[in-house]
Design a protein around this ligand. Structure first.
Ligand code: LMR
Length: 337
């Protein structure tokens, strides 16, 4: 009898430590690392913080979102590799940055003067084309959760860029899209892909002469300090895909995933609702800082840019394929050439 009691007591001792990590695990929050390359004070930065706030609220603290802005965790190209490896769980790269994964179709979104305005963009991405593009990511172990807006690009250099010929011979930083490479080549620049975190210094030291970006990025990265002239051209759109590691995402308990999806949908609506105003405010700040001259295109100037960049559409067929161009043409009710 005594032997039996001892055996039971020993078994209990063995069982307790085996159980305790499980119960401790149930209490400690699931950590989601959300890395991005821009400042907190931008549409994407604010969207990430809004997602954190809502996700932690809806999961009642069961999930903790750690947001790493400003390339503090990874730079552009590294972050997508890190996502695939599972070192980071969530990102919101611009759609210009998916080609290294072997997915070129997203670059169709970078075509010049494709979207009439922010609303047209947002509607298109909620429709067939947005879903079709997300399906492309699945084969790479990546799940798309939403599209975030950051408005339209401006261009800059240390000389006014008003006529297409003004670009001639400039070294131009681009973020990754071959479509952007093409339209900048058509106006005579030498485009160069460079990580976002390296742009300020490259502009300052003359490694590149100019670049394109949205007002919120010019303002928060201080590009306006090292560029004498900015043209408010709004020639192309900057959008992000919020993405997660598929294995991680599908491994979450269904109720947690539902709560996170709700948080993401609301954070997406929030981000897309502030993007325009954020960029207008940033442009007003740049103007107020008085370090750079702002230029605006007349209708004739815009037409000249459009004509110069138009061959990008024909060229894009060979790069992104006809299917995505057809989907966009249908969604936007435009002709793609
Ligand atoms: C860039 O590299 O210029 C942009 O993609 C940065 C960003 O994420 O807004």
């Amino acid at each position: 009898m005594r032997k039996l009691l001892l055996a039971v007591a020993a078994a209990a001792i063995l069982v307790v430590p085996a159980l305790s990590p499980v119960s401790a695990q149930a209490q400690s929050p699931i950590v989601i690392k959300f890395s991005h390359v821009v400042a907190n004070d931008t549409p994407k930065g604010k969207g990430a913080l809004k997602f954190k706030e809502l996700a932690e609220k809806y999961t009642d603290g069961k999930v903790k979102i750690e947001v790493y802005p400003n390339s503090t965790l990874y730079k552009d190209k590294e972050e997508i590799e890190a996502l695939q490896l599972g070192s980071v769980h969530m990102l919101a790269p611009s759609t210009a940055k998916f080609a290294p994964l072997g997915i070129k179709e997203f670059e169709a979104l970078d075509l010049p003067w494709l979207f009439k305005d922010g609303e047209t963009y947002a509607n298109a991405m909620k429709g067939t084309v947005g879903k079709w593009l997300f399906q492309k990511l699945e084969a790479k172990g990546i799940t798309g959760l939403g599209y975030w807006d950051n408005g339209f690009h401006m261009v800059s250099a240390n000389r006014p860029l008003v006529k297409p010929t003004d670009f001639q011979g400039l070294k131009f930083r681009i973020s990754g899209s071959k479509v952007a490479d093409q339209y900048f080549r058509l106006v005579g620049t030498i485009p160069q892909i460079m990580a976002f975190s390296e742009v300020y210094q490259a502009l300052q030291t003359g490694v590149v002469d100019g670049c394109e970006n949205t007002a919120s990025n010019y303002w928060t990265q201080k590009f306006y300090e090292v560029q004498k002239d900015i043209t408010v051209s709004y020639h192309a759109h900057l959008q992000y895909a919020v993405i997660v590691n598929s294995k991680f995402w599908s491994g979450l308990a269904p109720d947690i995933r539902t709560q996170l999806e709700k948080a993401m949908n609301e954070a997406t609506d929030y981000t897309n609702s502030i993007a325009r105003q954020e960029n207008e405010d940033a442009l007003a700040e740049i103007k107020k800082a008085g370090k750079t001259t702002l230029h605006y295109l007349t209708d004739a100037d815009r037409k000249a840019w459009q004509e110069a960049m138009q061959p990008t559409y024909k060229w894009a067929k060979g790069r992104v394929g006809q299917e995505v161009l057809d989907l966009l043409a249908k969604e936007l009710d435009v002709k793609m050439n």
